[in-house]
Design a protein around this ligand. Structure first.
Ligand SMILES: [Zn+2]
Length: 123
């Protein structure tokens, strides 16, 4: 399950392709989250234990009108190559993960990079 003591900073990425590259080629600090421009309801949040461990991401869908957040998927991007990661991201963006059997509502804090500033994880 997602770390509940973190507040994530959500960066907007220009495309699914760019996000796939970023998630497979780089290690991000534990408070980083991403969404793809044009699809703000889907958010990938870093759920890794630390920056030197496997990079696991929770995939969230937020309801932009009532603020409810569901976790719909969980992906270890450090085990994927860029093409695999892109396929996962495109599946999510196409709504294919919306009805996964383990979808559950969660509560967590998402901020814009400006609101987030610097926390203990990204210092
Ligand atoms: Zn931070």
């Amino acid at each position: 399950m997602l770390h509940d003591d973190r507040i994530w900073s959500v960066s907007k990425i220009e495309s699914a392709e760019e996000l796939a590259r970023m998630l497979t080629e780089m290690t991000w600090c534990c408070c980083k989250a991403f969404s793809v421009r044009g699809d703000p309801q889907y958010v990938w949040v870093n759920d890794s234990t630390s920056t030197d461990r496997l990079q696991e991401y929770g995939v969230l869908k937020r309801n932009c009108s009532d603020g409810k957040i569901m976790q719909i998927e969980s992906i270890t991007f450090s085990c994927c190559n860029c093409d695999q990661a892109l396929r996962f991201i495109q599946m999510t963006l196409a709504g294919n993960d919306d009805n996964n059997s383990f979808v559950c509502e969660i509560s967590l804090m998402l901020q814009t990079p400006l609101e987030h500033g610097k926390c203990q994880h990204c210092a």
